[in-house]
Design a protein around this ligand. Structure first.
Ligand SMILES: Nc1ncnc2c1ncn2[C@@H]1O[C@H](COP(=O)(O)OP(=O)(O)O)[C@@H](O)[C@H]1O
Ligand SMILES: CC(=O)OP(=O)(O)O
Ligand SMILES: [Mg+2]
Length: 391
């Protein structure tokens, strides 16, 4: 009977899961799946490592299954396959580790409570990351669980990149730029050398574009700057998040529209981004398929802002050798990659349209000074590795 590690990765629009055989010499994937579109059109699928479909379910468009419903479905699914394995640990993606948690952490007394104090800094994620830890602890007391943080990879950033220009007393309270999607960036940093050894040793920009989107500048595989900050609402516009916003807008909303903190939180996290601008959908697939002028504008704004942030990160890295696209939009939307690459032409990036349409991996032309790539991310493998190491 195999010793398995279960990995849970709760994002803002999906819960992904994997089972890895922890037997030496290397982790090997046994099955993986996800419930995606949690608030738009929920769909569940689980597949074997070689891609054979084990089970699927479609709840239909307009259904709000939510994280709670998805976890209940996953628990049922995993219980139904219980006989086939022995679970030895569960690894969880936890979006915010704050100042204290700078590497993966085995869950022990008081840890979940401490991590819960960071929920206001990641309201779309932290509660959904912590809930499954409690569910597993209740179902299987004593089973080792490990929290793996999105923020940890960015702790290599220079102090300048992590600082806001706020009074020191506020910075010392932990109000600083943390950066997120770190498990994804760490995975890409680990495989980039297989595609472009020069860029992996040099300066690369990685665009993790999903329901949550951010970009990271890496030098020699270490994070030097990122678009997300204190919270995962900063930087690029996203499915429902606005990204960077003049703080004066918040004051205006409070003073002139009488909005309180909760109303502003709902606005910037859940009602803005692609959904707010288009008035139609948070899902890039739906916008790309739409003929509506508002969908077109939301797409153009998303790509324009990606282009602006690319320039900023290229400056932080001192130039770029490669641009990598990953996550839901980055891996699957050639039209979006093409627009973003056009915004990056001044940096020396020349797209190969046919390679881009075919999905890469290399999507830049042979003459391009900066290479461009599509590389699928794998946060679950990263979590499994950290979990094994923490044990
Ligand atoms: N074929 C596609 N074309 C355009 N966008 C896509 C495609 N497939 C997925 N996406 C986008 O990717 C998003 C999900 O990305 P993902 O990285 O899985 O999200 P999460 O932030 O929940 O982890 C969807 O909301 C959708 O907008
Ligand atoms: C940090 C974040 O936004 O994560 P996700 O893209 O999974 O929602
Ligand atoms: Mg994600």
């Amino acid at each position: 009977m195999a010793d398995l590690i279960l990995v849970l990765n709760a994002g803002s629009s999906s819960i992904k899961f994997s089972l890895f055989d922890a037997g030496l010499p290397a982790l090997s994937l046994q099955l993986k799946g996800q419930v995606e579109g949690l608030y738009t059109a929920p769909r569940f699928a689980a597949k074997t490592a070689d891609g054979q479909l084990l089970e699927a379910k479609d709840w239909g468009a307009g259904v709000e299954l939510g994280h709670q419903g998805a976890i209940a479905h996953l628990v049922d699914f995993l219980q139904s396959r219980r006989g086939e394995h022995r679970l030895v640990a569960v690894g969880h993606r936890v979006v915010h580790g704050g100042l204290k948690f700078v590497r993966a952490q085995r869950i022990g007394p008081g840890i979940v409570e401490e991590l819960a104090t960071l929920a206001p800094l990641a309201p779309l994620h932290q509660p959904h990351n912590l809930k499954p830890i409690a569910i597993v602890a209740a179902l299987r007391p004593g089973l080792p669980q490990v929290a793996c943080f999105d923020t940890a990879f960015h702790r290599s950033q220079p102090e300048l990149a992590q600082a806001f220009a706020l009074p020191a007393a506020i910075t010392e309270r932990g109000v600083r730029r943390y950066g997120f999607h770190g498990l994804s960036y760490e995975y890409i940093a680990g495989v980039l050398g297989d595609y472009d050894a020069g860029a992996a040793a040099g300066r690369s920009l990685v665009a993790h574009l999903g329901n949550g989107s951010s970009m990271c500048a890496m030098v020699g595989g270490r994070s030097v700057a990122s678009t997300m900050g204190f919270t995962a609402v900063d930087g690029l516009p996203m499915g429902t998040r606005c990204g960077s916003l003049d703080p004066g807008v918040i004051l205006y909303l409070m003073d002139e529209l009488g909005m309180d903190a909760r109303a502003i939180e709902a606005l910037v996290y859940k009602q803005s981004g692609l959904l707010g601008v288009s008035g139609l959908s948070s899902d890039m697939r739906a916008l790309l398929a739409s003929e509506d002028e508002r969908a077109r504008f939301a797409i153009e704004l998303f790509c324009y802002r990606c282009g602006r942030e690319l320039g900023s990160l290229a400056a932080a890295a001192g130039g770029i050798d490669a641009l990598v696209f990953t996550a839901g939009i980055g891996e699957h939307a050639p039209a979006i990659r093409e627009k973003i690459c056009r915004h990056a032409a001044w940096l020396g990036l020349q797209l190969d349209p046919a390679a881009n349409a075919a999905g890469g991996p290399r999507i830049s032309s042979a003459a391009s000074r900066v290479s461009a790539w599509v590389i699928p991310t794998d946060e679950e493998t990263m979590i499994a590795r950290h979990t094994l190491a923490a044990l």
